[in-house]
Design a protein around this ligand. Structure first.
Ligand SMILES: C[S@@+](CC[C@H](N)C(=O)[O-])C[C@H]1O[C@@H](n2cnc3c(N)ncnc32)[C@H](O)[C@@H]1O
Length: 265
């Protein structure tokens, strides 16, 4: 599984037989990203020569995908849907339980990733919103595009998407720029120290993700900007909660995924 190192050389292209509008979007994107725009027919040559690690594809309708040898990454709310189906059939969702939402809060999701949990959270905020922070410019680009443009056949997804704002930033710097008590809840889900690869929805973002972890100072900053609480996610095998002195958490023994709630005050 490729990680961020040696996964940096990329270009922008379109799908085969592109419309004029796709080429225009791709050229604009390449300028924004500071990389070359390559017509699709010339791409295979670059790949054969091993000159690029991955490439952005502007597909029909402007849909944005990143592809590389053996993988691809695009926005899809599938995981949010599965979790909602579980909730609707009487199952428990430990994230939603930990957040204790009333419906009008501002939730700062400091590690947006694929946006799956942000979508689920936003559904429970009919009068609130989610601010999603993502450090990786590539993860952010794809997920921001999806959150702003994706249309689902499922009504609750479309409504939830409208309540999410996406920002490309490092949560450490972003949180330091916020006044005390300026959001209601802060949520943080850093990449696991012990990755779970098997059928994991996170796999497509592994080459691009930031692997920052949290220390006690970060947690203090999060508590400072939250009016109500901070919720953290980890894996039972990881050291995160131990390092932060957290002993109270809920979660699933089967998956090993655990959530801790730190109440303000
Ligand atoms: C495990 S994923 C989060 C998954 C997310 N909860 C979801 O539902 O898809 C962690 C994400 O946090 C991002 N990340 C790591 N460190 C960060 C930082 N300092 N600031 C912002 N994002 C960060 C990673 O790039 C990755 O996309």
């Amino acid at each position: 599984m490729p990680q961020t190192q040696n996964f940096e050389r990329f270009v922008v292209t379109t799908s085969h037989k592109p419309k004029k509008s796709q080429v225009e979007i791709a050229k604009k994107l390449s300028k924004e990203l500071g990389v070359e725009y390559v017509p699709r027919r010339e791409l295979s040559d670059l790949l054969k020569k091993g000159e690029i690690d991955f490439y952005y594809v502007v597909e029909h309708g402007g849909r944005l995908v990143i592809r590389w040898k053996g993988g691809e990454f695009f926005f899809h709310p599938a995981t949010a849907k599965v979790r909602m189906r579980n909730l609707n059939s009487g199952g428990e969702d430990y994230l939603i339980k930990s957040l204790k939402l009333e419906g009008n809060e501002v939730v700062l999701d400091t590690t947006l990733g694929l946006g799956a949990e942000a979508i689920l959270i936003a559904h429970f905020l009919p009068k609130g919103k989610v601010i999603g922070i993502e450090k990786s410019p590539h993860v952010c680009r794809i997920v921001k595009w999806g959150i702003e443009n994706y249309t689902s056949k499922t009504k609750w997804i479309n409504e939830a998407l409208k309540r999410i704002t996406v920002l490309n930033a490092d949560f450490r710097e972003y949180i330091k720029s916020l006044p005390e008590n300026s959001v209601d809840i802060v949520y943080c889900d850093p990449m696991f120290e012990n990755p779970v690869y098997e059928s994991n929805s996170i796999n497509p973002i592994r080459p691009f993700a930031s692997y920052d972890t949290l220390n006690k100072e970060d947690l203090q900053e999060m508590i400072k900007v939250a009016k109500k609480r901070v919720v953290l996610k980890s894996h039972m095998k990881d050291t995160l909660f131990k390092r932060l002195g957290i002993t109270n958490y809920i979660g699933s023994k089967n998956s090993g995924v655990i959530y801790a709630t730190i109440e303000k005050g």
